[in-house]
Design a protein around this ligand. Structure first.
Ligand SMILES: Nc1ncnc2c1ncn2[C@@H]1O[C@H](COP(=O)(O)OP(=O)(O)O)[C@@H](O)[C@H]1O
Ligand SMILES: [Mg+2]
Length: 310
């Protein structure tokens, strides 16, 4: 088990004239578990992860592993790392098993150990049957799974996955979440994404990044706590919808045809009693009650993400 610390980390791209502060004064610590790094495109996630794996040098600040700067650790640190880059490249003509053997050789894994480990990893990522198929025939989900397998070849203590679910269909997403969740038991897994549901069920810690800064870090409960009392559900006629939409942060919106009543617990029930024209159901994130008819509801991570981002 190791401990990773980032202290006052900064990365500025470009010249003085056209500076881009991609990561700003970022301080964080990681022990074992799954860390979900959440942020919109351009927030600085890839820049941060590239600094953590040591392929990008910070403009300022320090990264230490068990108290020692990673630059000093050199190869010993690289041996602890597994990395799936956002733009994961692969060799189209290679079969799955050949590709893994190739990466194992690059990582200097001893051949007999590699053989055994490759079998295990193919099993873990569910590609044993496709082992001899060429990578060019793989779906996006299969490629991402082989990407994880290659990152795991050296049994890393720190696993960095940059947008590993990009381009996956919903079923592949679920499968992926299950694999990653199991991996966080005895290592640090840092997973970046701009999709809230990718980390909602598997991350022990959520880190929300915006404009190069960490704007919120904590467990799901800690992230949700300040948002309690700020999420509302209301159903309004379509003519009022535009106004609500323009005034408030809307986390969800649904069009209805029909009439709706509240039930005893204050939730809306779809009742097919007459048709009062088209209505719109809003889920709104707001400190104040957005509408006289609005009902307070429990926040979920998606609401919280919106709350911190606005
Ligand atoms: N090599 C680079 N040169 C200049 N600007 C860059 C470079 N890489 C990234 N950026 C800029 O830095 C910011 C953060 O990018 P990135 O780390 O890729 O964010 P994310 O992974 O969250 O989408 C963006 O504004 C991006 O345009
Ligand atoms: Mg990125």
């Amino acid at each position: 088990m190791c401990r990773l610390e980032l202290a006052g980390l900064e990365k500025t791209y470009g010249s003085k004239k056209q500076e881009k502060r991609a990561v700003q004064n970022l301080t964080a610590g990681f022990a074992h578990g799954v860390y979900g790094l959440l942020g919109e495109n351009g927030a600085g996630k890839t820049t941060l992860l590239r600094m953590i794996v040591g392929i990008l040098k910070p403009t300022q600040g320090q990264i230490t592993c068990d108290g020692i700067p990673i630059g000093q650790l050199g190869g010993a640190y690289r041996n602890l790392l597994g990395y799936l880059p956002q733009d994961f490249g692969y060799y189209k003509e290679f079969s799955a098993v050949r590709f893994l053997n190739y990466i194992a050789a690059l990582k200097a894994v001893e051949p007999n150990t590699a053989k055994e480990r490759i079998e295990q990893l193919l099993e873990t990522v569910g590609l044993t049957e496709e082992r001899n198929k060429k990578l060019k025939t793989f779906s996006g989900g299969m490629l991402r799974r082989i990407g994880i397998a290659q990152a795991l070849l050296n049994e890393p203590k720190i696993l960095i996955l940059d947008e590993p679910t990009a381009g996956l269909d919903p079923r592949e997403r679920v499968r992926f979440r299950n694999i990653i969740s199991a991996l966080g038991k005895d290592r640090i897994v840092i997973l970046s994404t701009h999709i809230v549901s990718d980390v909602e069920y598997i991350a022990d810690q959520i880190m929300i990044m915006k404009h190069g800064q960490l704007i919120k870090t904590g467990t799901q409960a800690q992230i949700l706590e300040p948002v309690v009392g700020c999420v509302w559900n209301c159903i309004v006629p379509v003519k009022t919808a535009d106004e609500l939409n323009a005034t408030y942060a809307v986390s969800n919106l649904r069009n209805f045809n029909g009439d709706y009543n509240k039930n005893n617990s204050g939730e809306y029930d779809a009742m097919n009693v007459g048709n009062h024209g088209e209505q719109v159901e809003f889920r709104i994130v707001s400190r104040e009650k957005p509408h006289p008819e609005a009902v307070e509801v429990e926040p979920v991570l998606e609401d919280a993400y919106l709350y911190y981002y606005i």
